[in-house]
Design a protein around this ligand. Structure first.
Ligand code: NAD
Length: 476
């Protein structure tokens, strides 16, 4: 709703999980807040076109694949009949419920929500261009920039065709293509590949590096790769796409593999998911002292203050990792700093979760990073084949892995692959934040039978005393 107020204590630009969490906390602390975003309600990319709609569809994918599993247990379901309109409506309903809920929470907190795009005129004022093209000037005491990021486009792959999708159009589920090429084996490519494969599309992923999910632990990724061998048509590694050409029934794709023998194939649709870039342009930052780094991220200090004392920056626009939960915590830190508290954004661990099947989640140090930096660590890995709960789910393909300091047994990193890994990783984050040692996890009573026991058992493994694995080592 346009608002004629022309001054505010705190202006927040962008109402994603960073911006709205900051706005809500600021209002709770008694600040007078204006939140600006082009969408009708708070939510940002995460709720409107990212995390939430993709998780709604991934849940459907999980239901479909569970029914396929069920034949191993003596229950046979028929081929799923997919009513695409109803599925789309359900996904949109999830988004609407959550975004309108955030709208209500914003109103209840008396936040001045302006629908529009903001641009800095100077260090204490903004111009807001509303949906109806009306311009409004807004002065502020402090601002938080939470403008997020946008998908990278690759110049030779940018062709104007409705058959070439990005994450937004892929989530619209216009149809279920027979074949889909996904360029980029990262979070988005693999999550949306999981959705489309479950809906019966033949999915191919092409990744330019030697492995999918280059930032994650290799051993855990290999479990996921094995699963993709069954669910995807193929995963082409160390391969790039040279050219896309629209033809009558699809997109002709020229691949350039490592051995340079050009390969050509046709797909009904192509999804480009090769990373995201910070939204730090066209914001009038040149009218302030805000500085950008060479990747376009806004430079910030531990309180998330930019080089311009009245302007803070949080979330994707302020640096990696581009994850909603990191943005939320940065937003809360910035607001506390603005309110005069002595705070800094210094997490010991930021969890990462890839919501594929199985899920892959990690936090803190990975074994791959430890090897790269030459840091001495001790590693335990508990195979889910030894977990009663995993076996009863018919999912013994998981691994829970702990990385310890060899001297103190302090937990430095946790990695989990398996269904529910995204939920389980929270215990690992807490362990790292609380500086827990192996004995703390080992002595903590975990409920039986649950997958959470795999964390307790992998901690016990360092002493050679895991109940469900016989790996004698040394006594405490
Ligand atoms: P990403 O960085 O996760 O993966 C991009 C992949 O594309 C990389 O593996 C990269 O090597 C590859 N690539 C780059 N150029 C290529 C080319 N020309 N040909 C083939 N491969 C190429 O990026 P994304 O999947 O687009 O996701 C963007 C961001 O969104 C991520 O940084 C992530 O933080 C966030 N995200 C998070 C989640 C989650 O938390 N579950 C889900 C979706 C997105």
């Amino acid at each position: 709703m346009p608002n004629n107020k022309n001054s505010t204590h705190l202006a927040i630009i962008g109402a994603g999980p960073g911006g709205y969490a900051a706005a809500f906390l600021a209002a709770d602390l008694g600040m007078e807040v204006t939140l600006i975003d082009p969408e009708p309600d708070p939510g940002g990319v995460c709720l409107y076109r990212g995390c939430i709609p993709s998780k709604a569809l991934l849940h459907v994918a999980k239901v479909i694949s569970e029914t396929q599993h069920a034949k191993d247990w003596g229950i046979t379901f028929g081929k799923p009949k997919i009513d695409l309109d109803k599925l789309r409506d359900w996904k949109n309903g999830v988004v609407n419920k959550l975004t309108s809920g955030l709208g209500q929470l914003s109103k209840a907190r008396k936040i001045n929500y302006i629908r529009g795009r903001a641009k800095f005129l100077d260090p204490n004022s903004l111009e807001v261009l509303a949906e109806d093209n009306q311009k409004q000037k807004l002065t502020f005491k402090t601002a938080i920039l939470a403008s997020g990021s946008y998908p990278v486009s690759v110049p030779n792959l940018t062709i104007d065709s409705p058959r070439v999708l990005n994450s937004t159009s892929a989530l619209e589920l216009e149809n279920i293509p027979n074949s889909l090429l996904i360029v980029g084996g990262g979070y988005i490519g693999l999550e949306l590949g999981t959705v489309y494969a479950a809906l019966s599309t033949k999915v191919t992923v092409v990744e330019m590096l030697p492995s999918i999910l280059p930032g994650a632990d290799r051993e855990l990724v290999s479990v996921l790769s094995k699963k993709f061998e069954q669910s995807f048509d193929s995963v082409l590694l160390e391969t790039t796409v040279k050219k896309l050409t629209e033809i009558k029934n699809g997109i002709k794709v020229q691949f350039l593999p490592k051995d340079k023998t050009v390969l050509e194939k046709t797909y009904e649709k192509v999804l480009i998911a090769v990373g995201r870039r910070p939204n730090s342009e066209k914001l009038g930052l040149e009218n302030t002292k805000v500085e950008l780094d060479d990747k376009g991220f806004v430079k910030i200090d531990p309180q998330r203050r930019t080089n311009e004392p009245s302007i803070y920056a949080i979330g994707d626009v302020a640096g990696e990792p581009m994850l909603a939960h990191k943005a939320t915590h940065e937003g809360r830190t910035a607001v506390e700093a603005i309110s005069g508290k002595k705070v800094a954004f210094e997490p010991r661990a930021i969890p990462a979760v890839v919501f594929t099947d199985p899920e892959l989640a990690w936090c803190g140090l990975t074994e791959t990073e430890a090897k790269k930096t030459g840091r001495k660590v001790e590693v335990t890995r508990f195979p889910w084949a030894a977990s009663g709960r995993a076996t009863s789910l018919g999912r013994s393909d998981g691994i829970t892995k702990l990385i310890f300091d060899p001297e103190t047994h302090r937990i430095l990193g946790v990695g989990i692959v398996g269904p529910g890994a995204g939920e389980l990783i929270a215990e690992g984050v807490l362990a790292i934040e609380m500086a827990a040692v192996a004995g703390d996890l080992d002595l903590t009573i975990h409920p039986h039978p649950t997958l959470s026991e795999t964390i307790m058992e992998s901690a016990a493994m360092i002493f050679g005393t895991s109940t469900h694995l016989y790996r004698p080592k040394r006594k405490r």
